[in-house]
Design a protein around this ligand. Sequence first.
Ligand SMILES: [Mg+2]
Length: 290
Amino acid sequence: MNADVTQEFGFLIDMDGVLYRGSELIRGADVFVNQLRRRGIPFRFLTNNSQRTRRDVVAKLSRMGVQVEEEHVFTCAMATARFLAAQKPGGTAYVIGEGGLLTALHQNGYAVVDHDPDFVVVGEGRTFNLEMVETAVRMILGGAKLIATNPDPSCPTANGVRPGCGAMVAMLETATGVTAFSVGKPSPVMMRAARKELGLSTDQTVMIGDTMETDILGGVQLGFHTVLVLSGGTTRADLGRYAYSPNLIVDSIADLVDLLDQKMSDQTATEPTKPRPVRDWLRLPECVGV
Ligand SMILES: [Mg+2]
């Protein structure tokens, strides 16, 4: 395998609605991931779900037949904890959230406290109650900074949707009159950090996602190539509502399996030492301002 060939591009891949829906694998997701691994193409799974740790995500994927390592997972909880550690090293946080967020904060030198925190940090979870909201409101009015791990208003479940982090944060914002700073997709704080983890440039990075407001908007803002899959929350009919478009729209990640095979065989057959840029393969326009 030619290392130059495999390092010319890589993928940031959303999980919910792209790899699986609820606990059901989307057809072809395992094949695509295996293909990336076999060919040594760099990738990270990029999720706005702050509930799970990296290890939890690896275990969930493994149950569904997708084998990856912890290093392949990049969550908004990790992005939030790293951001806070950079803003205020060794700080304190009052947390409305679960294990993924608590673990990430601890790993980044943060203490989780019940009194006088530097930050109130809100993530996904089922532990949310009005007592916590009241505590958080008091802290924010007392000077604690409000941080959202992500702006998603709802999360898909097997039964439909449940309220997401964005909905919980809206309650705190309304009660306090303070606007949260949000770290997850589409924030460049998370998307740029994930791109840097891939070790690739903007023009070498392809974002695959099912949500226009997060995956595609973030990708467009960062100048990444963007691929919208219709296997999640977005339909073709929805697209007219947005002032921005993805570079490529496919029914599901299964369609990318064939595209990738085609690209690799073209490359080997015609120009083994001079790989074509990813934009040729996805028939994408030149990125501006790389
Ligand atoms: Mg999604």
